[in-house]
Write a protein that binds this ligand. Structure first.
Ligand SMILES: Nc1nc2c(c(=O)[nH]1)N[C@H]1C(S)=C(S)[C@@H](COP(=O)(O)O)O[C@H]1N2
Ligand SMILES: [Mo]
Length: 423
């Protein structure tokens, strides 16, 4: 196949997603000898240093290659007036697939990470129940568990895109408050059934054991659906930063209601109106009324490479890749544009497409050195289509900056610099 055979599927260089482009065609691989025996000196078959002597021994707990140490979460500066408050963001631009390694899962803490001894931690279920129950960690490990792959996204993720001017940022700094993991735990319905839900109960009220006493109210019907008490993340016990020894996990919904270090669930007729569902985590509309309990996260996608603050060093073929997710279903389609949304082509979704999980997409793109604006647009299994930034901001206003899920535009200039723009 020659370059001329590449099927252009939209303007400005997008190529049919089914093309499997070899390195030779992208111009990235170095051409070796044509000799079948490979005896040509040009192939450089010298034995490298690490092949000549045994390496390190097996170890008790693994670590990554020292050559990947630059892959780090990005944390904001600590604020002395808000001890323990803050977040760190996943390096989306460096990751592939649809699972975030636990060490790089984003974090959001309102009063730091408590150092909880599981032997002294309790989970209490009380309120409108037949019999209040107290569980310890060991008891809970004996229950049947389920494992599901889900995304988790902070409702403040991408919030700067509500701003009047595009921030100079990367996929990580602008969108890194989303991660994906396999969560294992006990369906909350199992524990609520055991306590015996009183017919008058309509809400559960979950509280964490951190110094923030994070509390959130969740409608009982949602709590009985796919909510779980998560004890494991990607196969290992949930890490302290993610809620060790246990957290609530509410699939598809704003991260804040997945209360970490969960210690109490109270069943009530009415929501509690906790601080984090009144003064914060509400969506103030243009008429200045605020919507509470806006839980599901919108249908969204982000191109993670090429992305903001990268530089394209050479003309030729790139794999445009990114992640897509929806709080209301699975991802059915991702389209990509290289001309700021005038023409679109379908990307390949090359990961599982499960409910409320990240999906990985990609499409080949030939950059010939001109200006381009890369965008992606996701559609979920319920038919929800990711809106443009303009239509989202027009509809929601920008008094509060939660739940941004508009289309991201990455401009590529003739020098190959990639930047966040409003198209
Ligand atoms: N107890 C408690 N639960 C909490 C928080 C917290 O500060 N305390 N932060 C919430 C917020 S705002 C988010 S986005 C998610 C972040 O989960 P993660 O740190 O595991 O990514 O946890 C939520 N649960
Ligand atoms: Mo959050």
């Amino acid at each position: 196949m020659s370059k001329q055979d590449l099927e252009k599927v939209a303007a400005n260089g997008l190529i049919n997603r089914r093309h499997l482009l070899g390195l030779g065609l992208t111009g990235m691989g170095t051409v070796a000898s044509t000799s079948l025996l490979g005896a040509d000196a040009g192939l450089n078959l010298e034995i490298p240093r690490w092949s000549k002597a045994p390496g390190a021994n097996a170890s008790g707990y693994g670590s990554r290659s020292r050559f990947t140490d630059d892959m780090q979460r990005m944390a904001g500066n600590p604020n002395p007036l808000y001890p323990g408050g803050g977040a760190s963001r996943s390096p989306l631009h460096q990751l592939q697939g649809s699972i975030t390694p636990n060490s790089l899962h984003f974090e959001r803490h309102h009063a730091g990470i408590p150092d909880i001894d599981p032997a002294q931690h309790k989970l209490v279920i009380h309120g409108l129940v037949r019999q209040p129950l107290v569980f310890n960690y060991e008891d809970l490990l004996r229950y049947p568990m389920v494992s599901k792959i889900y995304f988790l996204e902070c409702s403040g993720n991408s919030g700067s895109l509500f701003g009047p001017n595009p921030a100079d940022g990367s996929a990580q700094s602008l969108h890194g408050l989303v991660s994906g993991a396999e969560w294992t735990g006990i369906p909350l319905s199992t524990l609520l059934d055991e306590a015996g839900v009183n017919p008058e109960a309509r809400w559960i009220n979950a509280v964490g054991a951190d110094a923030a006493s994070m509390g959130r109210s969740i409608p009982l019907n949602r709590a009985m659906d796919d909510v779980m008490l998560a004890l494991f993340q990607n196969g290992e016990p949930v890490r302290p930063a993610q809620g060790y020894p246990m957290r609530l996990f509410v699939p598809g919904c704003e991260g804040n209601i997945s209360v970490k270090w969960l210690t109490q669930i109270k069943l009530t007729r009415e929501p509690t109106h906790f601080r984090d569902e009144t003064s914060k985590y509400t969506d103030t509309r243009l008429d200045r009324k605020s919507l509470q309990f806006t839980y599901p996260m919108g249908t969204k996608s982000v191109i993670t490479a090429p992305s903001g603050q990268m530089k394209l060093e050479r003309h030729g073929i790139y794999q445009v890749t990114g992640i897509a997710w929806s709080g209301r279903g699975s991802i059915r389609r991702v389209e990509v544009s290289a001309d700021g949304g005038r023409t679109w082509a379908d990307a390949m979704i090359d990961s599982h497409q499960s409910e409320k999980a990240l999906a990985r997409f990609r499409i080949p793109w030939e950059w010939s050195g001109g200006d381009a604006v890369l965008q992606s647009r996701a559609t979920d299994s319920e038919g929800n289509v990711q809106p443009t930034r303009t239509s989202l901001v027009t509809e929601k206003g920008n008094i509060s900056t939660y739940h941004f899920h508009g289309i991201q535009s990455w401009a590529v200039n003739t020098a190959g610099d990639v930047a966040n723009v409003y198209a």
